[in-house]
Design a protein around this ligand. Structure first.
Ligand code: ATP
Ligand code: MG
Length: 507
């Protein structure tokens, strides 16, 4: 269609006639297409045309369905947990529930609820959708008269964000949500302590479990900070090295030997490790196991992500004699600790992941050297008497005081390093009263008293040692003592090394 001059405006009648002729052409084309192009191709062309002319949206929406068909969708479950922590005052309807074993209330979004989250400085919009669907039951397809329609709910999340963040969302934001949800699940997990039930002695022993409610954590544990950090680092390294263990062909396990006097926190450290890793504890009291077959059965019944504890192994190594004394056949007794370790190694290499084994003893020197040789246990941890660092942790836990707000700390620092006092004894002293000053004064008196006793004891030991040395060298001890400056020994005590960690080459 042409206009007489480019400056001339088209008249309404000419616009109308142009529109009419364009519509007529489209109608003609449509009817020709109907005649000439088959239906499926026509549909395809129509959709393509629509796609091409549709205005582009900058937003990408991901649909996260509850199930993948066969199994649950982990992203959905993770998003559900994660979003419960992102609830804002904008939300109007939330679902709240609690089941008996859970510690906390569970919060979930109600259908239709929306949430806005930010990640790396950009915004993401979440919407929870719950759509009701109606399906005919499969059995009734052939029998339309009796067809039963089954109502079901389809639940999913819609996650919308700007398209340019697609990579970040897929590679970083969603993995972050998966990790976060795992962390939350671990936190909520109720840990179990499994002990042997000996009531089944004749039909074999079995595990009984109770909730592990030991409150010990690395924060409450009185230990040298370097030693504590070394243990935490070792545990962190262990849990993240699944692929490494697989690559080098080793069982994914770690062994710790805790040794030291009673009351220095060996059992507390085990509980702290379990609470930190969220691992269950299996407390294997070897004294209650009679047959190898029972031991095998018990070990097979332990779960992954667990700590197998064998306490007081210096007592357990006498097992054969004890059993023999009880009238058991020698053939029943094939258990030595290093034999047990080999056995566990073999078992866990084939069926076990993320296993920790901990032996404790009060007398390391009494242990079978085979157990102590390098490579047997990965870490030897010496739990020793309370140091000043340990005291500070206990004082803060029990009395909520620190060296900044109490002048007696200086005096305690000077005294405690020279005295053999276990953290258990310190804890007991600090629990005596709620009055922090009075408690610390009493504690200082106790340390002074102990120091007096300790000095006498240590000086006596020194004299005995000197005499032994003198005898060896066939020199008269009296002569030497007479010539020496005996005063120099008075009041001098040696500082003990507290908390030694020896690392064996890994198992
Ligand atoms: N290092 C520590 N840090 C904090 N508390 C401790 C520590 N050591 C001991 N305690 C306190 O003393 C109590 C007894 O300690 P624990 O049972 O851990 O000692 P243990 O070394 O296992 O003793 P045993 O050799 O007799 O089994 C604990 O419940 C805890 O209250
Ligand atoms: Mg103990």
């Amino acid at each position: 269609m042409m206009f007489s001059s480019p400056r001339e405006m088209p008249s309404p009648s000419s616009i109308f006639s142009a529109y009419a002729s364009m519509t007529a052409s489209i109608m003609l084309l449509r009817s020709m297409a109907h005649e000439l192009i088959p239906q499926p191709i026509r549909g395809y062309l129509f959709n393509t045309f629509r796609y091409l002319i549709k205005p582009r949206s900058p937003t990408l929406t991901l649909i996260i369905e509850e199930s993948t068909g066969i199994t649950r969708n982990q992203v959905y479950d993770a998003a559900e947990s994660y979003l419960s922590t992102r609830v804002t005052p904008e939300n109007e309807r939330l679902k709240i529930s609690k089941v008996p074993k859970e510690k906390k209330l569970t919060i979930r979004l109600e259908k239709g609820e929306k949430l806005t989250d930010t990640y790396n400085g950009f915004t993401l919009k979440w919407r929870f959708i719950c759509a009701e669907t109606e399906k005919n039951s499969a059995n009734d397809i052939h029998n339309s008269n009796n067809s039963i329609s089954v109502r079901s709910e389809k639940r999913y999340f819609e996650l919308s964000f700007h398209k340019k963040y697609k990579e970040i969302v897929l590679d970083s934001y969603l993995p972050f949500i998966l990790d976060k949800a795992k962390e939350m699940k671990d936190e909520e997990r109720v840990l179990k302590m499994h002990t042997l039930n000996t009531a089944y002695c004749y039909s074999g022993v079995k595990w009984d479990s109770i909730n592990l409610e030991h409150p010990s954590t690395f924060e409450t544990l009185a230990m040298e900070p370097e030693m504590k950090n070394a243990i935490i680092e070792d545990l962190n390294m262990f849990v993240k090295r699944k692929d490494f263990y697989k690559k080098v062909g080793r069982a994914w396990k770690r062994g710790y030997l805790l040794y030291g006097p009673p009351g220095t926190g060996k059992s507390s450290l085990i509980a702290a490790m379990a609470n930190y890793l969220k691992f269950d504890i299996f407390d294997l009291q070897l004294g209650n196991i009679v047959r190898d077959s029972d031991l095998r059965k018990l070990l097979l019944a332990t779960a992954n992500r667990s700590i197998l504890v064998i306490e007081d192994i210096d007592c357990s190594v006498d097992l054969p004699e004890r059993r023999h004394g009880e009238g058991r056949k020698q053939t029943d007794i094939q258990l030595t600790l290093s034999g047990l370790l080999n056995f566990i190694d073999g078992l866990w290499s084939s069926c076990g992941d993320e296993r920790i084994i901990i032996f404790t003893t009060n007398h390391k020197e009494r242990l079978d050297p085979a157990l102590l040789r390098p490579g047997r246990m990965d870490m030897h941890i010496h739990m020793s008497y309370c140091s000043y660092e340990g005291f500070k942790i206990l004082a803060s836990n029990y009395l909520e005081i620190s060296h900044d707000n109490n002048p007696l700390f200086g005096e305690i620092e000077g005294l405690i390093e020279d005295i053999q006092i276990t953290p258990a004894q310190v804890a007991e002293e600090l629990m005596k009263s709620e009055d922090a000053d009075a408690t610390l004064e009493g504690f200082v008196k106790l340390l002074k008293r102990k120091k007096m006793e300790g000095d006498v004891c240590e000086n006596n030991n020194k004299r005995e040692n000197q005499e032994k040395q003198c005898k060896k060298r066939k020199v008269s001890c009296k002569q030497k003592r007479g010539g020496g400056n005996s005063k120099s020994n008075v009041g001098v005590t040696q500082r003990r090394t507290r908390g030694i960690i020896k690392r064996g080459s890994s198992l």
